[in-house]
Design a binder for this molecule. Structure first.
Ligand SMILES: NC(=O)c1ccc[n+]([C@@H]2O[C@H](COP(=O)([O-])OP(=O)(O)OC[C@H]3O[C@@H](n4cnc5c(N)ncnc54)[C@H](OP(=O)(O)O)[C@@H]3O)[C@@H](O)[C@H]2O)c1
Length: 258
């Protein structure tokens, strides 16, 4: 699919705050869930070379009838592919059948290191039009700073495991100071959705604890990537616009990390 993607917007303007997590969806299940998600309004898909479902995601996108520029697509390079960055993104684009992805991430620090050479290749791929934004995943702050120091450009986004039980205002502030957006993976698996604090707040709003968790991410400026194979949960996980948590409720949820 070829449509020129808008490269003037910032990542914060471009990225929908809730994206569909697609690990470990495979084969027909991946195709069906992604198509259902697009039909119910998801406009952000999170995949990776490692997930082995880019082909199904591309097919679901074409079946949806949506234009390429209506859906924000993230994919990730496996850390073991450091050194063959360009071939890796070309394989992703081929599998997805798109000209460019919206966001391309280094999935994990290669060999546990920041890997400035890989970052240089990511910036080059972005400049050559193969990705609209480039970033990383599972990096710590010092590794982010090494990349920025090496090439004078910080990753646009860092995707990390996040959720109420992992909350750190200091970590979010450190990202914000550097202009790096945070996306959170496994928002539910890292959370006890039956925790009385979440249940009480959810009951208060007539929503589910999962919806409270998604909304909590949004109000902290963290992109949330829930995954479900259940149609009802898929729909409700994104349906949080009508929910606004009070500052007291946010603080109570923040304390689940204590
Ligand atoms: N960058 C990385 O290294 C990395 C690592 C891991 C994951 N990720 C990304 O993050 C995405 C999300 O993480 P995840 O898939 O590990 O876990 P998750 O989204 O935190 O949790 C998924 C689990 O929660 C259940 N669930 C979904 N909605 C629910 C609801 N409303 N109420 C109760 N349970 C609910 C799902 O079951 P049902 O299907 O039965 O609803 C499934 O068992 C992945 O799909 C992937 O895209 C990235």
């Amino acid at each position: 699919m070829s449509t020129k993607l808008d490269r003037s917007a910032s990542i914060r303007e471009a990225i929908p705050p809730v994206g569909l997590g697609t690990w470990p969806l495979k084969g027909d299940t991946a195709y069906r869930i992604v198509l259902q998600a697009l039909e119910m309004g998801y406009r952000h898909l999170d995949t990776a070379t490692y997930y082995g479902n880019e082909e199904q995601i591309g097919r679901a996108l074409r079946s949806s009838g949506l234009r390429r520029d209506e859906v924000f697509i993230t994919t990730k390079m496996p850390q073991g592919n450091a050194g063959r960055e360009r071939a890796t993104i070309e394989e992703s684009l081929q599998a997805l059948q798109v000209d460019a992805v919206d966001l391309w991430l280094v999935h994990w620090p290669p060999a546990g290191k920041s890997a400035p050479d890989t970052w240089a290749e990511f910036l080059r791929a972005r400049d050559d039009g193969l990705a609209r934004f480039v970033g990383v995943s599972n990096y710590d702050v010092s590794q982010l700073d090494e990349l920025t120091a090496a090439h004078k450009e910080a990753p646009a986004l860092n995707q990390i495991r996040y959720g109420p039980s992992l909350h750190s205002q200091l970590l979010l502030t450190e990202h914000e100071r550097r202009g790096i957006v945070v996306a959170g993976w496994s928002p539910f698996k890292s959370t006890n959705l039956a925790h009385p604090v979440l249940v009480r707040i959810a009951d208060n709003h007539g929503m589910s604890a999962a919806q409270v968790v998604v909304r909590w991410h949004i109000q902290h400026g963290v992109i949330c990537l829930p995954r479900s194979t259940n149609v009802g949960r898929l729909r409700s996980n994104r349906d949080v616009d009508g929910l606004v948590l009070t500052p007291e409720q946010i603080t109570a949820i923040d304390k689940l990390a204590d």
